[in-house]
Design a protein. Structure first.
Length: 290
């Protein structure tokens, strides 16, 4: 029976992952900040909640007791990560360093780290798909912090799996962003949230994932231009596509080589047409409740 710690586990991915692990017979411990809402986790069989801070050694030490796998989701994300570089370094890099130093004392513990495709920087002039071996030039505070954390993990000697995850799409009625994080003609490949959860879960249970750095994205059916993605979403939302506002310069998205990650993890279960069906059902349900 696996005993899994999920840092930053009170978010939607952490909750879904904890439920999936519990259903698989794992014992799960979730560590997240005291201000978080744990109501979606409390009451799940086999899931223990610890209220704490990953930047505090005492909280991490308590959370790591008797676990054999750590899923490190906790991080300061954009746009907050871009507001204070010192704070972002503390949460995304320093806390990872503390975690790794503690894991060195438990050498068999497997660390699954959720990184980001933003670590590649602007790849619009490269030939797609972008491989996980691509040496990018991260430009944002967030991306640089993820690269630093990856370097710490890879040089630690600890068993690890690093997942560079693309933009996550959720099949739910949500307000469109004020500005889409790409230009209309930009190559982009997002992924359904459920498939991200599956990828993380498979990284835990499949030994072949150890020692790998993998791109996690939706697959060929998700590879499109920015305007095509927005058009499809807006059609379901009932919003005119001409109302979309895009960035003035290219964002940190592209088409990715996921052949290795799909071979190992078998996580691409939601092709884009299926995602649109799920989104349409969610919008219809929202409208009927209103």
């Amino acid at each position: 029976m696996k005993r899994v710690l999920v840092t930053g586990g009170a978010g939607s991915i952490g909750v879904d992952l904890s439920r999936r692990l519990s259903e698989d017979g794992c014992l799960v411990r979730v560590l997240d900040l005291p201000v978080c809402d744990f109501s979606s986790i409390e009451g799940i069989d086999g899931v223990e909640v610890i209220s704490g801070d990953i930047t505090r050694e005492d909280d991490l030490k308590k959370a790591l007791s008797e676990v054999d796998t750590v899923v490190h989701l906790a991080a300061l994300l954009p746009p907050k990560s871009e507001e204070n570089e010192e704070r972002t370094h503390l949460v995304n890099v320093h806390a990872t360093q503390i975690l790794v130093e503690m894991l060195k004392q438990i050498p068999s513990t497997h660390l699954v780290f959720t990184s980001s495709v933003t670590t590649y920087g602007d790849t619009t002039k490269e030939n797609p798909p972008i491989p996980a071996t691509y040496a990018g030039k991260p430009k944002s505070i967030y991306a640089r912090s993820k690269i630093e954390a990856e370097d710490i993990i890879r040089s630690s000697g600890c068993p690890y799996t690093i997942l560079r995850i693309s933009g996550i799409s959720i099949p739910a009625f949500m307000e469109p962003p004020e500005v889409w994080p790409f230009i209309p003609d930009q190559r982009m490949e997002f992924i359904s949230r459920n498939d991200v959860v599956t990828a993380i879960f498979q990284s835990i249970v499949r030994d072949q994932a150890r020692g790998t750095v993998l791109n996690i994205a939706g697959g060929p059916s998700w590879q499109m231009k920015g305007r095509d993605y927005v058009q499809a979403i807006y059609d379901i939302m009932g919003v005119p596509a001409e109302e979309a506002v895009y960035q003035d310069s290219s964002g940190f998205f592209d088409w990715y080589d996921t052949s290795q990650s799909q071979k190992i993890l078998r996580y691409q279960e939601t092709p884009f047409p299926r995602f649109l069906q799920l989104l349409e059902h969610a919008v219809e349900a929202f409208m009927s409740e209103g």
